[in-house]
Design a protein around this ligand. Structure first.
Ligand SMILES: [Zn+2]
Length: 203
């Protein structure tokens, strides 16, 4: 993109430069042929583009730990604080027991983060009583929260939901949820860390 913009400018500059070089004596304050070239308005574009690239070249997600800083072995995950069940669910695509998990009945206000990396996954505003005994949401917190894969295990096709940042297994999504999305994100508490919203009096 920037090259395509610069090339015509350069070729134009060469032409201008050649014509200038024949009129060097006429030019009053432009003693060198490069001077009029750099004075053209077109040259303002490259520095602006560089600034834009430097600000957008930092795609750090919302406080989540980058994948390359996360453990790659079971020992590493357990050392990081995961329980055997949390490891089984998030790293081995396991499923915890319904009604016997931490958040299925949690009604407090706040965000649900990825237990493994801290990525923000769901907002309590989208949590609803699905009757399944697992924490259920009708939509993720943002487009950066989760990714979905076809899961062909157990002789059926389901849609697996994973953390978009670190790939941890979270649960599955079904199309029998409430409006406005009609989706049911059926999650494992063992893959989540609830962060209660700050009290309004602190604001
Ligand atoms: Zn994650």
């Amino acid at each position: 993109m920037s090259l395509q913009r610069i090339l015509p400018v350069l070729s134009l500059a060469l032409i201008v430069g050649c014509s200038e070089s024949s009129n060097v004596n006429v030019s009053s304050d432009a003693g060198q042929e490069e001077t009029p070239i750099s004075a053209t308005g077109e040259n303002a574009a490259p520095p602006i583009q560089t600034v834009g690239e430097s600000t957008t070249a930092d795609p750090e997600p919302t406080g989540a730990t980058p994948v390359d800083k996360l453990p790659t072995t079971k020992e590493g995950w357990l050392a990081r604080g995961l329980t055997e069940e949390q490891y089984y669910v998030t790293q081995e695509k396991g499923t915890e027991r319904h009604h016997a998990n931490e958040y299925w009945d949690n009604n407090r206000t706040g965000k649900y983060l990825c237990l493994c990396c801290g990525q923000t996954l769901f907002d309590s505003k989208t949590k609803y009583k699905s009757g399944t005994g697992w924490p259920s949401f009708f939509q993720p917190d943002s487009s950066e929260s989760v990714a979905e894969h076809k899961d062909r295990s157990f002789f059926s096709v389901r849609t697996e939901v994973v953390c978009k940042n670190c790939g941890a297994h979270l649960g599955h999504v079904f199309d029998d949820g409430p409006q406005p999305t009609g989706l049911r994100y059926c999650m494992n508490s063992a893959a989540l860390r609830f962060e209660e919203a700050a009290k309004s009096k602190e604001e």
